[in-house]
Each structure stands twice: as C-alpha cells, then as structure tokens.
Write a protein that binds this ligand. Structure first.
Ligand code: PEP
Ligand code: MG
Length: 565
C-alpha cells in the first residue's frame, strides 16, 4: 500500500519523502512546471490578441520566473538533499520570496512579490492535478490518500477504485467529505494531527477504519495479521449479503424500508440494487460539483433518468441542490461568509436563485413517467420556505397532477419544532441527522476541535428524533432518516423503535443493518428506544442501544457459524 499526498495551495506543510521517491518527485515537479508554462503561453497569446502586447507582457515575465535557474537549482536541492516533497519545496521557495520582500517596503515591492508567487502557485495547482492523474493511471497500486483537510471536492477528484483509505488532519467524522468517502466504501480516519507531515510517500501502512488506528511503516507480519482480519470480516459480510435481498423487517415482521444514499448514477453499479427499496437520498449537488459548468435542464434530466430507469417501481428521492458551505461549485462561487454553515446553503440558495431551482424542477418533471419521483428540500428552516418552494413546483406542474411527491429534510432544530405545521404541507419527511446534530449542539461537523461535542446519541438529540417520528406517525406521513445514523446498527435500532418507516444509508451498510434488524423484535426495539431517550448521558444511551445490538450480533454470528457447518 502506498501513500499519496493530496496537495492544496493553502498552508502547505513540510512533508518529506523517502529517498527512493526523489527522482519521481522531481519528475512530477518538472511535469507540473511544463504544464504551467504551456498555460502561461496560451494566456499570453490570447491576451496579446485581445488586449495588445503590452498587457500580455506580464505573462512572459511570469514564464521567466518559472525558468529562473537559481530557483530551479534550489528546488532541486530541496527535493534531492532535504527530501522535501515537491509541493513543500515550492512552499519553501514561496516562503523565501515572502521573507525577502517583507524586508523591503513600498507598494511596488508587494506587487513584485505577487508576480513571483503567482506562477509558482500555478505550478502547485498543476501538481495537484498531476497527483490525481497519477492515481488514475493505476501505476501506484493501492493508495492511501493523505490530506490536511477532507473536502468533498478532494474525495470526488480521485478515482474511488484506486483509493483504499483516506487519512486527514482536520475534519470531523460527519463532515461532508467523510460522509462521501464512507458512501464510496473508503475507510476514512479524520482528526489525525499533522498526519500529512508525519507520513512519507511510498510507506506501507495498515488502517483500521472502525477504531481509527493507523499503523505506518508496517512489516510483513503486521500486514499478514491485518489481511487475516479483513478475510474474517469479508466472510461474515458475504453471508449477510446472501440474505440482503429479503425485505428489511424485524424478527416479528414489522417492515422498514431500506434505501440508499447516492451521489451519482455510477454509485448504482457498486452494489446489488435488488437489496434495496430504492434511493432515499440522491445528493444531486455532486453531479453539479463534478462538472466544469452548470448542467442544462436536459443534461440533468438525462442523469436523473439513469437512476429512475434502474428503479422503475421504487421510490427515488432527489434532494434539490444543497451547495454552499464546504460544498462549492467551481463555476458558481458563493460569497465568502464568516459562518458558512449558518449561511447561504441549500433551499436558501435555491429560493434566492429561482432560475437554477426551476431548472432542476423542470428536469425532474421531464422524468416523471420513468418512475416514482420524489423531490426533497435540504436545509429547511421554516414553513414559509416550504410553501414558496411548493408553489414553484406547482407552477412547473401547471394544472396537471404530475405525480411528483414533495418532501423536506429536517436538519434545523427550528424546523423540527415547527414540524406539526410543516408536515401538513408535504408528502414525506426525511431527517438529516448529520446536520441536525450540528445545529442542535452548535458544533461544526467539519471541525475536529469540537468533535467530542458532536454526539448523535446524546439523549437531547434522541428526544428530538422521537418527537419527529411521533409527529409524522400521527399525521400519517412516511418518515425516514437519511443521515449517517441510519446506517449504524445502534441508530437503526433506535430509529426503528421510534417508529421511523424507512432508513436510508450508504449501500455498504445495507446487509449488516438488514441482518441485525431481522434478529430483533419491534416491541423490544420500542422499549430500548424509549429507555435510550430517557437516559441522562450519551454514554448511557449508547450503552442501552449497544446491548440490544450486541445480542442481535450474537445471533447473526451464530447463523454465520451454522452456515459454515
Ligand atoms: C444530513 O445532514 O444528515 C444529510 C443526509 O445531508 P448531508 O450529509 O448531505 O448534509
Ligand atoms: Mg444535510
């Protein structure tokens, strides 16, 4: 297993490489530099044509900066002698420029400093791209991606079949990047201080995703022990998989719809779609994020059709664009905000930019005959937003009953408290526990400093979840959870016991959740859920749920052993 380092252009830490990596690293830097030079020459030509030679001269000067023999000699020495990774060597050069110009005064000096830095930043950008291309080539074998910060864009940039695990210094377990990585089935450990500085490219490592344990520089014996553990788990998983086509239900036959969370139609090729009752959450923003520009209504309709065609008779829930915060589109930058998680996100943005929202609704309308189309709004705060969005959907439908079901996510505590009113306006409710926890406890889900306060099993959260289930059950409306809790055994037990009618999760967790639910009866789940919500502390609540999960696991393991004999 090798370690690849994901580069970013901000705050690059000092990362060292192994001696065996020196030549490859230098070639990497050279390739990126040549690409940056080509880009500069294209920009120079276009500028000369459109604005004149004088304006284009700056790009010639920037190209000269990238060819400065003294800078190249230093970079070479930092890589070859000091064993700095290419991006760290460039950072050292930028730091040197910074120190040099800081000692001088005057506006001109500052602008010269920028002229020296900009072209090397371009090389850094190319280096990041090179990294991705190299990973795609497959030359490196199994990769462990190491980065300072786990952003969704980083996760989608690398080929998922080449990345075996991800390690990050920053970011919480429920950050969008981590949720995405998990849904791709990539073990991910976050909150490892300075991990991007501690590991070396090319080192072998073993990662235990469950416990978060990371062993770097492992020998053959440790690798063999880890592989044996993997084989044991795979065996249990294969047995559970064999029973996964059966409907999701408890031991006494209470049905629970088990659906999946996806980010693209591609995800449907990663598992057996016969094992699920459809899609409970299609995070449509990732389709937008992967592209260089906004998809047209026609392009969006084609993408949605690819999902509906796979589930002609099953529910597919399309969540409307949930960008903002850490989910940014390359071509549509939202303004910089002091508190992006509390800012312009999800439905707030869609209502502000109705053209985009209407285009998405139009695309979904086009697909209405292909299956059971459900539209769901993210980040709803109040009834007014729900009514405004519903009106827009009705405007698209005209007088026709287009058969699109309309639902909202409950992710903001105010919306949970306003649910008795909101539920009257919708066909279904889905709870986004990842965000609900963030907003209920005022803890940024991306911030590893406050990760200890991010507690999905805190009784306060469990009580809110019970209130939501009770309110929807009383109104006769389906209620599901599509946050990470739904795919965790303790969460699935609690939610089923509360009366949730469906659980939507990463496909990876479907066999396990189904196998465990089959070993528990609804009455015991109801009393377990009530006891957990009555607990005083998170530890107490979790222990109550884990006890119930533990006895179900015992029965699953017994059935695996019976299967073996
Ligand atoms: C959630 O918040 O629980 C959710 C499912 O949405 P996301 O993780 O995409 O914010
Ligand atoms: Mg959310």
């Amino acid at each position: 297993m090798f370690v690849a380092l994901a580069t970013s252009t901000a705050n690059i830490p000092v990362r060292r490489i192994l001696e065996a990596e020196v030549e490859r690293s230098w070639e990497f830097l050279e390739l990126a530099r040549q690409k940056a030079l080509t880009r500069l020459s294209v920009i120079q030509e276009t500028t000369a044509r459109e604005l004149g030679l004088q304006d284009a001269a700056i790009y010639a000067a920037q190209a000269a900066v990238l060819q400065d023999p003294e800078a190249l000699r230093e970079l070479r020495s930092w890589i070859h002698q000091d064993l700095l990774a290419p991006e760290s060597a460039i950072q050292a050069l930028l730091d040197k420029f910074g120190a040099l110009f800081e000692s001088l005064e005057g506006g001109d000096m500052k602008s010269w400093a920028a002229d020296l830095r900009d072209p090397w930043n371009l090389v850094l950008g190319e280096l990041g791209q090179e990294d991705v291309e190299h990973a795609k080539s497959g030359e490196l074998g199994n990769l462990v991606l190491v980065a300072e910060e786990l952003t969704p864009i980083l996760v989608v940039s690398y080929p998922r079949d080449k990345v075996s695990a991800i390690l990050c210094s920053r970011g919480g377990r429920y950050s969008h990047g981590a949720v995405l990585a998990r849904s791709f089935g990539i073990p991910t450990v976050t909150g490892l201080p300075q991990i991007d500085e501690k590991v070396h490219s090319g080192e072998a490592c073993v990662i235990f995703g469950d416990s978060g344990q990371v062993l770097v520089g492992v020998d053959q014996e440790e690798t063999a022990a880890a592989l044996a553990q993997v084989a044991d788990r795979d065996h249990v998983r294969d047995v559970m998989l064999a029973g996964a086509k059966e409907a999701g239900r408890t031991a006494d036959g209470t049905e629970v719809k088990i659906r999946v969370n996806i980010e693209s139609p591609r995800d449907l090729d990663m598992f057996d779609i016969e094992t699920v009752n459809g899609v409970g959450l299609f995070r449509t923003e990732f389709v937008y994020m992967e592209r260089p520009s906004f998809p047209s209504a026609q392009e969006q309709a084609e993408i949605y059709a690819r999902v509906l065609e796979r589930f002609p008779n099953k529910t597919v829930v399309f969540r409307t664009l949930d960008v903002g915060g850490d989910k940014q589109l390359r071509y549509f930058k939202t303004p910089k905000e002091e508190n992006p998680a509390l800012g312009w996100r999800g439905i707030r943005l869609s209502l502000e930019w109705p053209d985009l929202f209407l285009m998405q609704l139009q695309a979904l309308r086009e697909c209405r005959d292909l299956g059971k189309v459900n539209v769901m709004l993210p980040m709803v705060t109040n009834l007014d937003e729900v009514r405004r969005a519903k009106k827009m959907l009705q405007a698209i439908a005209g007088d026709e009953d287009i058969g699109i079901r309309f639902g909202v996510m409950i992710e903001v505590p105010a919306a949970a408290m306003a649910l008795p009113d909101i539920v009257e306006e919708v066909d279904f409710i889905s709870v986004g526990t990842n965000d609900l926890v963030q907003y209920l406890f005022a803890v940024d889900r991306d911030n590893s400093w406050v990760t200890d306060l991010y507690q999905p099993y805190h009784p306060a959260h469990l009580r809110v979840l019970r209130f939501i289930a009770r309110t929807c059950n009383a109104a006769g409306k389906p209620v599901t959870v599509c946050g990470e809790m739904a795919g965790q055994a303790a969460g699935a037990f609690f939610l089923t016991g509360c009366g949730y009618t469906g659980l939507s999760m990463s496909p990876l967790f479907v066999p396990e959740v189904k196998a465990l639910l089959r070993q528990a009866d609804i009455e015991s789940l109801r009393s377990t859920a009530a006891a957990a919500a009555r607990a005083d502390t998170t530890a107490e609540a979790y222990a109550i749920l884990e006890e119930s999960v533990g006895s179900a696991w015992k029965k699953v393991i017994e059935s695996v052993e019976n299967h073996n004999t």
